[in-house]
Design a protein around this ligand. Sequence first.
Ligand code: SF4
Ligand code: SF4
Length: 335
Amino acid sequence: MHKLPITNKLGFYEIRMASIGGFGANVAGKMLAEAGVLKQGYNGSNFSSYGSEKKGSPVSAFVRFCAPDVNVRVNAPVTEPHMLVIFLEAIAKLPGMLSGVTEETTVILNTHMDVDTARDYLGLAAGTLVVVDAMKIAVEEKTRVNTALLGTMAAVSGFLSQDALKEMMRETFGKKYPQTVPANIKTFERGSSEYVSKKFAYDGKYSKTPFTRSGQKLGYLNQPIGGVIPAAGNSMFKDLSASRSGYVPVLNRGKCTSCGECDITCPDYCFEWQEQTGKKGKPEMVLQKLNYQYCKGCLRCVLICKFEALTTHVEYEVKKSVIDNGYVNDIKEIA
Ligand code: SF4
Ligand code: SF4
């Protein structure tokens, strides 16, 4: 067992992972903690924090490690992480994302940006920034970003054993989905080698982001009575595109019969319809397009469509005009 490279005054090395539902942060935190405790002999703990269990909702996972003779008596969110892992670019600029980050923190960002651009994007005052295109790796290996990021975490941590994590992955995935083990191991190995790391000292370019506990906005003096929504219709701006994990459905109107199965199945009302006059002169609803602003890429609509009018595609291979239009008339128009 390696000595922990750095600890806080309670003796913990602390990790915070920021993600959204569907990216596997919860499982990653669990595997990481189990590998460290059961395979490497540290003491430690892990828990996740999330709201409704659905794709696209915010998820945080927290992991603590300490020496075997230190008791774990803290079970609170990690506020000053030694390692911060941001599972997707789209959430990287959310308020408080860098809260508690110091010069001693290693920030891992899943991005296709180079490390200097990523620093400017984040507004990182100081710390070690690691960039890895985990999404590209996951799409190519047909896995999820979590195992690629676990590989990067192990490689840059200085104490997490890659062998222990691989063993834990074999046990975790092997129980339910043994066929996915080789691809996940390959994803992990690519994550542990395909990253770029750079240390930034405080140079005054960006301000420090000390941890602050925000106060409660609503209380007994100003809470609207009885669950009233004072800003009605606020979800019309909801943009779920950040939650897509690399794949999108594409609607081929040439094959669509407007049967409506996809509309019933889609949890986010992505399909847009228009009333038209049918062949018998009667009005009928015809599917027009798919609105990608609300599409989180769950692909349930593809599974339900028995006419193969909806098909799965890698998002970055689909032409922007197709995403803007929301449909194709022929599958050849996609790329
Ligand atoms: S399920 Fe398929 S055929 Fe039916 S409306 Fe949706 S896209 Fe069209
Ligand atoms: S993938 Fe299909 S079912 Fe899922 S949110 Fe997008 S349009 Fe709706």
